[in-house]
Design a protein around this ligand. Structure first.
Ligand code: GZL
Length: 320
């Protein structure tokens, strides 16, 4: 005689399955881990960029491993290697300079870890080494700066000094290229001095002091590849007894809070926006990459240009 009729056995099985389903969480989707190798903390722009990435990772439920390379390529390469060793799901980084990445990116490819570039691009013999690049069109930013100058700074001869960004970095190379493309053939606009200020306030001030010592009141325009160098240079211009924004027209890039404050004080004339708030888009890209969705090789961020006359009105809307 069957002491445990079949219907009872099925009921017991169903009960056990139900109990199990109530105690064990539904198949918990593995939490994604992103390894991010940041350039450094050299500017207001970078600080805002880092905050955007950390905030977006937390909101997206993505586990973020983060490193600050202090603007040294060898530190970024070390960080990428550590992410490979930790077997993260995706690696992302803002390449401090454009060259020297193929070896470490081949290691990531061999480890089957997809790589996303943010902010700055690279030169590589093998574009398959990264999935996509999300960032600004720096060449267009340089063109916007020069176009504003041609429209707003007139004179028989306009002497320009240029504070370049980090040597070998995409923004420095491309902002210079775009600016020079627009002034080409406009004989009255001359770049009389050009040197890197490494995107920092301190270096921007130091180099502008040297420009002022050499050229003095001959300088009509400063074109700075970022606001931090421009703000440092503004201090140097004032210490030389000249009026930034008037004696020396100050043209800059990034449009960070410090630039709006300088424009409202009448010490900067224009800043071309370069949007650092890439975090949310980056997290969407990370999820798409893991899901195997196809992505364009280049995703450009949208940006404007802000002049002193609208700075006070726009300032309350600024997010960085
Ligand atoms: C541009 C970014 C540059 C900023 C600087 O996308 O790479 O680096 O313009 C920052 O402020 O240091």
């Amino acid at each position: 005689m069957n002491h445990f009729p079949r219907r009872h056995a099925l009921a017991a099985l169903a009960g056990a399955a139900l109990a199990l389903s109530l105690t064990t969480p539904a198949f918990a989707q593995k939490k994604l881990t992103l390894g991010f190798a940041q350039v450094g903390a050299e500017s207001e722009w970078r600080t805002a960029n880092t905050a955007s990435i950390k905030d977006a990772a937390a909101k997206a439920g993505i586990n973020l491993k983060f490193s600050d390379a202090q603007q040294k390529q060898e530190n970024q390469i070390k960080a990428i290697r550590s992410y490979i060793a930790q077997k993260v799901d995706v690696i992302a980084f803002a390449p401090v300079v454009t060259t020297g990445w193929d070896t470490v990116l081949k290691e990531a490819k061999a480890a089957k870890i997809p790589v996303v570039l943010t902010d700055r691009s690279i030169e590589t013999s093998d574009p398959s080494l990264y999935v996509t690049m999300i960032g600004s069109d720096f060449t267009e930013e340089g063109r916007k700066a020069a176009r504003w100058m041609l429209d707003n700074v007139k004179g028989d001869v306009v002497h320009i000094v240029e504070l370049q960004g980090t040597v070998g970095s995409a923004p420095a190379i491309e902002r210079k290229k775009g600016f020079e493309e627009v002034i080409a053939g406009k004989g009255s606009y001359k770049i009389i001095r050009s040197q890197t200020g490494d995107f920092t306030r301190a270096k921007g001030k130091e180099v502008m002091e040297a420009f002022l010592k050499a050229e003095g009141k001959k300088i009509n325009v400063l074109y700075a590849h970022n606001d931090d160098m421009a703000i440092g240079a503004i201090q140097a211009i004032e210490e030389a007894g000249m009026k930034p924004g008037k004696d020396v027209i100050v043209i800059s890039v990034d449009a960070v809070k410090g630039a709006f404050e300088a424009m409202m004080a009448g010490k900067m004339n224009v800043s071309v926006e370069c949007n650092p708030l890439l975090g949310p888009q980056l997290m969407d890209i990370v999820k798409d990459v893991v899901a195997g969705k196809p992505l364009p090789k280049r995703i450009n961020t949208k940006e404007g240009i802000f002049t002193a006359d609208i700075a006070a009105k726009e300032f309350p809307n600024r997010k960085y």
